[in-house]
Design a protein. Sequence first.
Length: 23
Amino acid sequence: PRKYAVHFLEGQKLVQDMALMHQ
């Protein structure tokens, strides 16, 4: 459902933020 997709997108953003912080 949609809620699952939203959680997935939020997870992707979190992973990106973590990757940027560790650069």
